[in-house]
Design a protein around this ligand. Structure first.
Ligand code: IMP
Ligand code: MG
Length: 339
């Protein structure tokens, strides 16, 4: 009954889309459930093509996997249909009847909210106002839209049933631990909780059903929008180190800081993470580009990784060395951790 949750360990944009899509191909799960909403963009590169998805699980690259959207998620109809089209997944998309629906009025309200726009640096996708309507019990849900009728399934039931049948299920979390409404750098956070237990709750599985929590860390820390970022690098330094990144949803430049062990330790604690997936190793160490075996990594890089592992006390099982799914080192079999 292996259930694995994928979470972001820093401030989002750790590369969860890459890791999730890799696991889709490598592990062949029966079900993948996407949480969160359209403020979170996941990037997937495979066979020379790149997709940016904000609702559909990054696992779509595996044609066998059933793609589900959690009760706790918030969808927007136009984004949903565009992504179904882009990914050609109409026959295997399923939405929980209780998933919320963002409407134009939520986007408009958010765009004219000075505190969110300027003070927080919100992505202004309407998610916060839709969440507020949900708390006030006036948000429309997926079951209220006839256009969604033949995609509606009880996702919580389907996931629990699959686990009873010993099938492999992945939950694709979004954003990052320190953007959590409860555990993040409030008020510079998003409008939901973003730790592993919250994603289990969004889907409708109890904590005892979770076997693994894979926490995704980037090889350095980035943040978009406002809020604290320890050891933040100057723009000149970011440029010099080749760490310039542009945000998926908003096109803004990401702020950058070096890998932060204390932050990573706290994220592992908050998520009870069991494994680390480390991304963008090739951005930090260009000579690792698309290396697929641990033994081929340069000695200095191995030492850097082993030092992180010994400080964080859980294994780095998956290492991303390039955008494409194939540019991945997977140590799970060698470490006896593949389920
Ligand atoms: P909101 O959730 O769009 O209102 O944005 C609130 C804060 O969270 C802002 O600083 C955003 O930049 C940040 N944020 C929200 N979603 C993401 C994400 O998926 N990746 C990175 N930052 C995000
Ligand atoms: Mg992102």
């Amino acid at each position: 009954m292996p259930l694995t949750i994928i979470v972001g360990g820093f401030f989002g944009d750790e590369g969860k889309g890459k890791i999730a899509s890799y696991l889709g191909i490598a592990d062949n799960p029966l079900i993948a459930v996407r949480c969160g909403s359209i403020n979170a963009g996941h990037t997937v590169s495979y066979n020379g093509k790149t997709w940016k998805v904000r609702l559909i699980p990054s696992f779509f690259v595996n044609p066998r996997t059933k793609l589900m959207i959690a009760a706790g998620a918030l969808i927007r109809l136009d984004v949903l249909f565009k992504e179904i089209n882009d990914t050609e997944t109409r026959s295997r998309i399923f939405i929980d009847p209780n998933a919320g629906v963002i409407e134009e009025k939520h986007v408009e309200a958010e765009r004219s909210d000075i505190f969110l726009a300027k003070g927080i640096g919100s992505t202004l996708q309407g998610v916060g106002f839709a969440m507020a309507d949900r708390v006030l019990r006036r948000l429309k849900l997926a079951k209220d839209f006839s256009i969604l009728k033949d995609m509606i399934v009880d996702v919580a039931y389907e996931v629990n049933k699959a686990l009873d049948n010993n099938e492999l299920v992945y939950i694709e979390g979004v954003q990052g631990t320190f953007l959590s409404l409860y555990h993040g750098t409030y008020p510079y956070v998003t409008s939901r909780d973003t730790i592993a237990s919250a994603f289990a709750s969004e889907v409708g599985v109890g904590p005892k059903r979770v076997n693994d929590v894979i926490i995704v860390f980037k090889s350095y820390v980035t943040r978009v929008g406002e809020g604290p970022l320890d050891n933040e690098l100057s723009y000149e330094e970011i440029e010099k180190r080749g760490l310039i990144e542009i945000a998926t949803v908003t096109g803004r430049k990401r702020r950058v800081a070096p890998f932060n062990i204390d932050l990573a330790k706290r994220a592992i604690m908050l998520n009870s993470a069991t494994q680390i997936a480390l991304t963008r190793l090739d951005t930090l160490y260009p000579d690792t580009k698309c290396i697929k075996e641990w033994n081929r990594l340069p000695q200095n890089v191995k030492i850097w990784l082993e030092n992180i592992e010994s400080l964080l006390k859980i294994p780095i099982t998956i290492i991303s060395t390039g955008e494409d799914i194939i540019c991945t080192i997977d140590r799970r079999a060698e470490l006896g951790l593949k389920r």
